[in-house]
Design a protein around this ligand. Structure first.
Ligand code: ADP
Ligand code: MG
Length: 316
């Protein structure tokens, strides 16, 4: 693993570096597209007498080396999406492909192998990410050992490198109960990277942390994205994060409802997502501002589409 100099403190520089590293991993800058692809992804949970449609035809494409933030109200389907993409859960219908693996056609055994080798996963509950009786370094070495990779010295070196990368090299020999909340989650990021995954998923990794600790953990995710070229998908409630990533998607009712893309230092543009059937969701604020409901009038203009409230019944 190559760990270079720390990147400039600037979003554009981080992104450029992530793209370079990702291209090096993929064997060319033309091979970055569609590292994660979801088409019409559906997940229905059936219990005794109710069916919950957690994902209803979700469409999403993430390129290799991207750092994507996923936001959305509680219950909107964020964890369901991450569980499917990381091989912990199986979709009901649709297409989901990650790093060339088809997640619908996979056997249970294939899925377990995929979960262990291809992805890294960081949970919100810090205690679920680390073993309490092992030091930070031993926690990182463990998955490498379980995968039967590397000799003792190589595992130790890799653990040290990863802990340095996420900024907690100096506390490598401490057990979790002697680490701060931010250090525990940064260690969890190092554990998730131990087997050199293609994609790193983090489900509200900063959900239990204060602002300062959350910023450290998010900084670590940015660093591993930029330095290793790993594709990162992070679910967050923290709206400060949205200013720090190139792309944020918002999930509403099990679908991607809108997307913010940040192109340069300051400019950010918000997009609505249009699915294959031409469906899109208007932002709630727009709907409220014009009291839109039930039906709207659409007018095609040479370069845009107008949406107007339907007129009173009778002249509509
Ligand atoms: P989020 O992470 O955005 O808060 P989830 O993906 O956890 O949302 O949940 C989406 C919806 O699916 C919710 O209505 C939730 O109650 C339901 N759900 C999630 N997991 C299960 C499950 N194992 N069984 C039944 N319903 C579930
Ligand atoms: Mg969740």
């Amino acid at each position: 693993m190559v760990i270079g100099e720390r990147p400039a403190d600037d979003l554009a520089a981080l992104q450029r570096r992530a793209a370079e590293r990702a291209a090096a991993r993929a064997g060319g800058a033309d091979r970055l597209q569609g590292h994660i692809v979801c088409e019409g992804l559906v997940r229905i949970f059936k219990t005794e007498d109710v069916e919950v449609v957690a994902l209803q035809g979700l469409e999403l494409t993430v390129d290799r080396g991207d750092l994507l933030a996923v936001v959305g109200a509680s219950g909107s389907g964020k964890s369901t999406l991450l569980s499917i993409l990381s091989g912990l859960d199986t979709p009901t219908a649709g297409l989901a492909r990650v790093a060339g693996h088809d997640l619908l056609g996979m056997s249970a055994r294939g899925r377990l192998h995929y979960h262990r080798q291809t992805v890294g996963f960081v949970r919100q509950q810090a205690t679920q990410n680390l073993l309490p009786y092992l030091t930070a370094a031993e926690n990182v070495e463990l998955p490498i050992q379980l995968a039967g990779r590397g000799r003792h010295r190589q595992r130790r070196e890799r653990a040290r490198e990863l802990l340095e990368l996420v900024g907690i090299g100096p506390v490598a020999d401490r057990r979790p109960d002697r680490l701060s909340g931010g250090e525990v989650q940064r260690c969890a990021v190092a554990v998730a990277l131990a087997n050199d995954p293609e994609v790193l998923f983090a489900d509200e990794p900063t959900g239990e942390l204060d602002e300062a600790n959350a910023a450290e953990v998010f900084g670590a995710l940015q660093t591993v994205n930029a330095e290793l070229g790993v594709t990162v998908v992070v679910v967050t409630h923290d709206h400060a994060v949205v200013d720090q990533v190139r792309r944020t998607v918002a999930i509403r009712d099990g679908r991607i409802a809108s997307e913010v893309r940040r192109t340069g230092a300051a400019a950010a543009a918000e997009y609505a997502v249009l699915d294959r059937s031409g469906r899109m969701q208007l932002p709630a604020g727009f709907v409220a501002a014009l009291s839109l409901r039930d039906r709207v009038r659409l007018n095609l203009q040479p370069d845009h589409v107008q949406v107007r409230p339907a007129q009173e019944r009778g002249n509509d």
